[in-house]
Ligand binder design. Sequence first.
Ligand code: PMP
Ligand code: GLU
Length: 389
Amino acid sequence: MYSQKIQNLSESATIAISTLASELKAKGRDVLSFSAGEPDFDTPQVIKDEAIRALNSGFTKYTAVAGIPELREAICKKLKKDNNLSYTPKQILVSNGAKQSLFNIFQALINDGDEVIIPAPYWVTYPELATYSGGKPVFINTDENSNFKITAKQLKEAITSKTKILVLTTPSNPTGMVYTKAELTEIAQVLKDTKIWVVSDEMYEKLLYGVSFTSVASISDDMMKRTITVNGLSKAVAMTGWRMGYLASVDDKLVKLMDNLQSQCTSNINSITQKASVVALSGDADNDIEMMRDAFEKRRDLGCELINNIAGLSVQKPQGAFYLFINIKGVSRFGGDSMKFCSELLSQEGVALVPGSAFGMEGYVRFSFACSTEQITEGIKRIEKFVRG
Ligand code: PMP
Ligand code: GLU
């Protein structure tokens, strides 16, 4: 029989819905998908040029498991320059997307029964990986009044003798909210004198709209020691398919243990991606990154305005990332049932959204605005027709 562990693991809901939308499209249905958390832009040309150079020069062999030295150095430079974090190349592990970084971390830290505190709504992968590693997810529920952010008080109440990890995602997927330095300082105060690790997922750090960003580890020496910083190139540089993510920790031994794990399952990430990633981090693609950020900001403004004009729907303006987390509680015929809302919307209007239930919060649906303004306008027109009934 199959292992109990694997049978308990769910498929990624965000990927499942995006795949379903693509299948319906391939069958000829007129489907507009707002389900994938994936930039619609192409990878900047300078990065592709470097990949082609690497390929043509025969850079096609195994590399160090943790990544080529020049890439780990480029990551250290980025973390110092953008985030004021000092790491050495030995403290960096490059993986097949931030997803594998998270997998490595949970496997390396969790013993059976350890608790992982996850603020809800959360990105779909955290509870699954925590459980798969033998841990127990403990959710802290947030709401619109706190801009979907946890408070220091809530954290204090959630901590037990079994708490091993706190996961923080800023900017958040699915809400787009960004923790301020003051909020993180209060959280740091609660963690002081505990043995709790912090996993700081900073995947959407480059997609900010008029707010400043603080890396969790930069709050204090204590936070630097307990935090594992996770980031990658998928979202900021439109490189989802290249599979480049990384983690950083000042605990050399922990990084080495995760390197051992990776050496036994996947080894290094694609060698060509590594060369291209050095260029992506070098600053040569910064104009492209800013062009994408600027386009996302305009789409966010458009999406929020159109949604907030629909009776029964409302959305708080996200400060980062590229998702609208839309409140559907005012559409009385659904009673807040996000799955029912999404499946009827897909079958009646051909619009794919992700139900809030996948992110641990009913009464909401996630709309990705990582697509053209024309698609946003047309999609929301269909949503309006659907909501009117
Ligand atoms: N963290 C968050 C919050 C995400 O939304 C994603 C999206 N896939 C990831 C991590 C993982 O990204 P990737 O594996 O493509 O680096
Ligand atoms: N993180 C993206 C999302 O939330 C991509 C899909 C996934 O990796 O689950 O949609």
